[in-house]
Design a protein around this ligand. Structure first.
Ligand SMILES: Cc1ncc(COP(=O)(O)O)c(C=O)c1O
Length: 392
């Protein structure tokens, strides 16, 4: 019989994490604008938010949110299938479908909820879900919840995916391939043309999570729109919390697929709709993304200028990883940057694999050239060099 109390169990786990430099603390952060934040009375320039376009503090989003509260209240009151489907949902879903060039769209509570609901609605026991090995935790959550067989292909390796599809032909009912457009911790882009070709050749389905490509690549439409022709992708997932500066996520797909998702995705059916203010803000953000190509191009321009100046490999997205390796060394490097006034949080396992702890530097359209140059110069001056070459 286990005589350990729940508190002893929790404390033991925390002590174990601390001993391995893996304990995390949630710190209060007052983001005063898109790139500045105050912690413990000190102001930093943040280079680790996902606010790529600086829209979290944009007046158009804030005003849209305030007006929506006045008109529809602070919360949605129920699941979307009951009474929580306020009018802002329809407007945003139509806007997203038209922007992504699909028949329909469905908005979810968050990216995590989208992935954990979409995958089990499309695959089940007897099917196979095939993930890029560096896929986000939420994809794994969805794959596990589906109770389908799970397989992984080598990161961004379309040939490995092809082999996997070849050897599993006829062994499973449906096969769903899931990858990211831009990888959240490595900043590299998926070869979506090759992945889509392999998937189609073997009659599987393809879902792309473009949490970090939407709003910043392909004139804001996302990673797939960097390719000409745009690769055939059945399921375009993206988030409204990163470049779009609000909260929530979406799936853009055909009408029947979206109807099925609205019927069967448990993370949509069994949860309260997002507050009207959040959807109104996201709608304002998508309007800006659709119309301002200069804005959407800016984060990648900053990332490229930074890499050139800091002597790093060229950036493929606004995310630049500097892989240090050991957890303690990564924490120390992050602390040195903080002393110099820059916030670049250390990313450690299990978010990344053991031995690849890193600084994940991200760029916003709202950073100034002077801030970007100063960060690159500080990194050079401190002698911070990647111990392991990242995917970029
Ligand atoms: C690739 C990817 N998918 C999904 C998510 C989850 O999105 P959200 O923060 O909206 O839950 C994230 C963000 O952490 C992500 O990086």
């Amino acid at each position: 019989m286990n005589s350990e109390s729940l508190d002893q169990f929790a404390q033991g786990k925390l002590d174990g994490l601390a001993a391995r430099d893996l304990r995390r603390t949630i710190l209060e952060s007052h983001r005063t604008d898109a790139v500045h934040l105050v912690r413990d009375g000190r102001e930093y320039v943040s280079f680790c938010c996902n606010d790529y376009l600086g829209l979290t503090h944009h007046p158009a989003l804030k005003n849209a949110a305030k007006a929506a509260i006045d008109e529809f209240g602070a919360g949605s009151g129920a699941s979307r299938l009951i009474t929580g489907n306020h009018p802002w949902y329809t407007r945003l879903e139509e806007q997203l479908a038209s922007f992504k060039g699909t028949e329909a769209a469905c908005v979810f509570g968050s990216g995590y909820m989208a992935n954990s609901g979409i995958i089990p609605a499309l695959a089940g026991p007897g099917d196979m879900v095939i993930l890029d090995e560096l896929g986000h935790a939420s994809m794994h959550m969805g794959a596990r919840a589906s109770r389908a067989e799970i397989a992984m292909f080598r990161h961004n390796d379309a040939e490995d995916l092809s082999r996997l599809l070849e050897t599993t032909n006829n062994l499973y009912g449906r096969r769903l391939v899931v990858t990211e457009g831009v990888f959240s911790m490595d900043g590299d882009r998926a070869p979506l043309d090759k992945i889509a070709a392999a998937t189609r050749k073997h009659s599987a389905w393809l879902m792309v999570d473009d949490a970090h490509g939407f709003g910043v690549l392909g004139d804001g439409r996302g990673s797939a729109f960097e390719f000409d022709p745009v690769p055939p992708i059945e399921l375009h997932m993206g988030t409204l919390s990163k470049a779009a500066g609000a909260y929530g996520a979406f799936l853009c797909a055909s009408k029947p697929v979206i109807e099925l998702i609205k019927n069967r995705a448990r993370s949509l059916v069994y949860t309260t709709g997002l507050p009207p203010s959040v959807i109104a803000a996201a709608t304002a953000a998508v309007e800006l993304i659709e119309t301002d190509n200069k804005l959407t191009a800016k984060p990648l321009e900053h990332a490229r200028a930074f890499c050139a100046r800091a002597g790093l490999p060229d950036a493929q997205s606004p995310i630049v990883p500097i892989i240090i390796g050991a957890e303690s060394a990564t924490l120390e490097t992050s602390a040195k940057l903080a002393e110099a006034g820059f916030l670049v949080t250390a990313i450690r396992p299990p978010t990344v694999s053991v031995g690849t702890s890193r600084l994940r530097v991200t760029f916003s359209a709202e950073h100034t050239k002077e801030q970007v140059d100063r960060l690159a110069d500080t990194i050079r001056k401190l002698g911070i060099v990647p111990k392991i070459r990242g995917a970029t």
